[in-house]
Design a protein around this ligand. Structure first.
Ligand code: SF4
Length: 289
């Protein structure tokens, strides 16, 4: 969650993607912890587990959150028992809530706004995640037939993110996601149609612990697939659609993820890989690989 550096940086551009229409589009969708009031470390609950070393209720600041809203153990989260914090991405929702919705006044200085901030943050995160995917789809040259609709969707969602705290908490983000999903699906189909041969469909499949080492999954649909602890070592995942796929503890050593669609840094951070894993160039190799 909270970085000690200015930005955590999340990018999902792959070689087949066009350059974004303007750099501002993506910059706004990358977490800028320096402009956020530590909202992920306050708003979200977690329970003592392999991912978190302690319990924390929603709305209560984590005991590791410093006065300057930075994480006090950022450089050693995994060693201190907080790997769960390394796989969270707000897609820029934190700075939007802090600087736009609440105009730069933090919850320490204005404790009366703390509850509202905590309520707005998870909704804003859903909106920003949607914006992130829509923006990526707009970068897919093959998805040009749906670009106009995607642009309209992006403008609408962006407008919603700039409303009042009350209007944001009153939104049905799931319904909005249901409206936008068909567009993302169409964009994915158009992009993957360029992949030669038969493309596998594992949409929503339960592939927990599956033995898929060396599998040909090029251009496959793995949308929402449960790939927890799956063996994907050496698999060909080029241009595969991985939106919402659960890659926790999946083995990606030697896998080829070049051009994977809708793959996020948080998904990579939750998986295992090595120096031989081929990544979309704008995604970073996690430090623990
Ligand atoms: S340990 Fe606490 S302060 Fe640090 S990133 Fe996790 S939730 Fe935030």
């Amino acid at each position: 969650m909270r970085g000690a550096r200015r930005t955590t940086g999340v990018r999902t551009v792959s070689p087949q993607h066009e350059a974004p229409r303007s750099s501002g589009d993506r910059t706004d969708l990358r977490a800028d912890c320096a402009a956020c009031f530590g909202l992920c470390c306050v708003a979200l609950p977690f329970a003592r587990s392999a991912d978190f070393a302690a319990d924390k209720a929603a709305g209560r600041p984590c005991s590791n959150l410093r006065q300057d809203f930075r994480c006090g153990i950022h450089e050693r989260l995994r060693d201190e028992g907080y790997p769960g914090c390394t796989v969270f991405d707000c897609f820029g929702a934190g700075q939007k809530v802090s600087q736009v919705t609440f105009g730069g006044t933090d919850w320490r200085r204005a404790p009366e706004s703390a509850r509202s901030m905590v309520e707005v943050f998870p909704v804003m995160r859903q909106l920003h995640e949607l914006l992130h995917y829509v923006t990526e789809a707009l970068g897919l040259a093959a998805a040009r037939p749906v670009h106009e609709e995607l642009r309209k969707a992006r403008a609408r969602i962006d407008g919603l993110t700039r409303g009042s705290a009350e209007s944001i908490t009153g939104l049905d983000a799931n319904a909005l996601r249901g409206e936008v999903n068909p567009l993302l699906l169409r964009a994915s189909e158009l992009a993957r149609a360029r992949v030669p041969g038969r493309r596998k469909n594992h949409r929503g499949a339960d592939l927990i612990g599956a033995k898929l080492s060396g599998a040909d999954l090029r251009g496959a649909s793995l949308r929402g697939a449960l790939l927890v602890a799956a063996d994907l070592g050496g698999a060909d995942l080029r241009e595969a659609d991985l939106i919402g796929a659960d890659l926790r503890d999946a083995d990606l050593r030697g896998a080829d993820l070049t051009g994977a669609l809708f793959l996020t840094q948080a998904q990579l951070n939750a998986a295992r890989g090595d120096a031989a894993t081929a990544l979309p160039p704008a995604l970073s190799r996690p430090a623990h690989w």
